[in-house]
Design a protein around this ligand. Structure first.
Ligand code: NI
Length: 178
């Protein structure tokens, strides 16, 4: 596996709508595995193909629903809840909750800025998995936020486009990056 360089603003590919994927070959599997390694190395909770300079409808997401329980598990010496890894190809949001929630987001492609962003609390997504099989995924909370952030990347949209407020984080201020 290979780490792929992450591109940042003002790289124009970040503003382009990515192309749908139609071929599920060995090269795609290598690309997906490289993206997983690159996301974990960053570290980030998600990564979209345009962020590694590939304008294709592919994103990966890996997040533990509950960071607190992860810390607690560590304190008690028991294994933490496994992180959930999603690979989504040609994703489409097919349902959204009326409820929206505000949360703080950052982006691996916009270093040094975080912002308040309003997102649907829950969404349903139709996509293809890494083998080209159709899947439907229901997510809520932070997972739903990350999905919306990644799917935006595939349409050339960045969190700063929706943010109600954007600022430079203080040294102790953290936001998940994706
Ligand atoms: Ni991002």
């Amino acid at each position: 596996m290979t780490l792929r360089p992450i591109v940042t603003l003002p790289e124009p590919i970040l503003r382009r709508k990515a192309k749908p994927i139609t071929t599920f070959d060995k090269d795609l599997q290598i690309l997906i595995d490289d993206m997983i390694e690159t996301m974990r190395d960053a570290p980030g909770v998600g990564l979209a193909a345009p962020q590694i300079n590939i304008s294709q409808q592919l994103a990966i997401i890996e997040y533990t629903e509950d960071e607190e329980s992860e810390e607690e598990a560590e304190a008690q010496g028991v294994p933490p809840k496994p992180k959930k890894l999603y690979v989504i190809i040609n994703p489409e949001i097919i349902k959204v909750s009326e409820e929206k929630v505000s949360g703080v987001e950052g982006c691996l492609s916009i270093p040094g800025l975080i912002g308040d962003v309003e997102r649907h609390e829950a969404i349903q997504v139709k996509a293809l998995n890494r083998h080209g099989n159709p899947v439907k995924i229901k997510v809520n909370g932070w997972m739903a936020r990350i999905f919306q952030h990644e799917i935006d990347h595939l349409h050339g949209v960045l969190f700063t486009d929706h943010a109600t407020r954007v600022w430079k984080p203080a040294p102790d201020e953290e936001a998940p990056l994706d």
